[in-house]
Design a protein around this ligand. Structure first.
Ligand code: FES
Ligand code: FE
Length: 453
């Protein structure tokens, strides 16, 4: 409306005006803003680093990322999960250079300092001759993160002041727990398909993150795959629910306090029947039918909800409902992001179900997946647009369905913190940028040498 367009042309110095649905292009391109994100956003959030099924045995470990920092995630000799900064305290070398394995110790390849899988400095070459046995080993252990294990997932932060994990999630716990429990509703219902898929995209990390927060608008991008049809059922369309005979509303559920969001289907029928998604492989279909029926019984009215995916702020995207995955956007520079994908299968499922899901996930996502190729191309091209000189005066537009969201949506089990909009909307993206702006201290346009705060 008129107000919206007036704001668009105003001299507002803020980089984000979430209420007006406007985001300045420099938030995707500016090096100073990026550096500030590393400390203010990634440095002050709980970050997903992996899953317990990657380290089932004592002394297992794998490498991961906490924001820009490389970490080693270990199950130590006492069975506890540790997240250790993969930076030698002597002079900065990574102490572990294997993606995964089993080790009680990590010996730095530079000068040989050795650390236990709890992070303690246990081996010091020339300890007596060179340091007169006086180097305080306690002080020189690996930097350790605070760790939370949540329904099999592992989260870390190096910041002592960040609130406990569940407090930062708020009512988003409902969505995350539902995803992590998998179709069988077990406390640790999922296991990782071995081999984390990693690839680089030439775009800012926020372009992928905001898309996962709830970009239902971009379906046109995937038109070619819609026509070919790669749904599990073999039907046209990407998603089994496209052919679902039940009626449902699509909700964009945002949790503004933490900046998290989820896309859910809310079905009209309380006890909706199983909709066949795997008719081509009867054994797999049987498994999902049984899981569906058991879930409906277990959840009662809450079974009306189908949790399709979303984002834990800032950059941890998940998908559920027909493929279980977490995609982590690892920030490298304003225009360079690594995407790390964890594919999951239900732990209790028979092998043929796990195989069928794995094949589907590979067909769908990653740089060679038929659907995600479209997204990667979008983000890389939008990054070029964000850098355009002639368009610098024009903010990016997130105005779709503005002013329609409601608090206290009449679905009590979405939680009181849920701020909900229905249908195709950029509501969740506005919430995402509002939270980003708060964490960044509401940055304003930089002029010349001024800091961008
Ligand atoms: Fe690790 Fe010197 S940098 S021992
Ligand atoms: Fe997409």
């Amino acid at each position: 409306d008129k107000d919206v367009n007036m704001k668009c042309n105003s001299n507002d110095e803020r980089l984000v005006d979430a209420e007006a649905g406007l985001v300045d292009r420099t938030v995707f391109t500016d090096q100073k803003i990026f550096e500030r994100e590393i400390t203010e956003v990634f440095g002050k959030s709980w970050l997903f680093v992996g899953h317990e099924s990657q380290i089932p045995n004592s002394d297992d470990f794998f490498l991961s990322q906490a924001g820009r920092d490389a970490v080693v995630v270990t199950r130590d000799s006492d069975g506890e999960v540790q997240v250790l900064l993969n930076v030698c305290t002597h002079r900065g070398m990574p102490v572990c250079r294997y993606d995964q394995g089993n080790a009680k110790m990590f010996t730095c390849p530079y000068h040989g300092w050795t650390f236990s899988n709890k992070g303690d400095l246990t081996g010091l070459p020339l300890a007596k001759e060179g340091y007169c046995d006086r180097l305080d080993r306690k002080q020189w252990g690996l930097v350790k993160a605070r760790v939370t294990c949540y329904y099999g997932s592992i989260w870390a932060t190096f910041n002592d002041e960040v609130l406990p994990f569940e407090e930062t999630l708020g009512d988003m716990t409902l969505m995350l727990r539902d995803f992590l429990q998998g179709p069988d509703g077990e406390d640790d219902g999922l296991e990782v398909v071995d081999g984390i898929l990693k690839f680089e995209i030439h775009s800012n990390w926020k372009l992928g993150a905001e898309n996962s927060a709830g970009d239902l608008y971009h379906d046109v991008s995937h038109n070619s795959v819609q026509r070919v049809g790669i749904a599990l059922s073999g039907l046209r369309g990407r998603h089994a629910w496209n052919a679902d005979k039940h009626t449902f509303k699509t909700l964009n559920v945002a949790y503004p306090e933490g900046g998290h969001a989820a896309r859910v289907n809310l079905y009209d029928d309380e006890q909706r029947e199983y909709h066949s998604q795997w008719s081509q492989i009867p054994e797999v279909d049987d498994y999902f039918r049984e899981a569906h029926d058991a879930r409906q019984k277990r959840l009662g009215e809450k079974g009306r909800l189908l949790n399709r995916g979303g984002i834990v702020f800032p950059s941890i995207a998940y998908n559920s409902a027909n493929r279980w995955q977490i995609t982590l956007a690892v920030p490298r520079s304003p225009g360079r992001t690594e995407m790390w994908k964890w594919y999951f299968v239900p732990k209790k499922a028979p092998q043929e179900v796990k195989d069928a899901l794995r094949h589907y996930l590979l067909r769908y996502g990653g740089p060679s997946g038929m659907v995600e190729q479209d997204d990667i191309e979008n983000w890389a091209s939008a990054q070029v647009g964000a850098q355009s000189l002639a368009a610098q005066h024009l903010p990016m537009n997130y105005m779709l369905h503005m002013g329609e969201a409601k608090w206290a949506w009449p679905v009590p089990w979405l939680g009181e913190g849920a701020y909900v909009d229905e249908g195709v909307s950029e509501h969740a993206q506005r919430v995402f940028y509002q939270r980003w702006s708060e964490m960044m201290g509401h940055p304003v346009r930089s002029r010349g040498q001024e800091e961008s705060k």
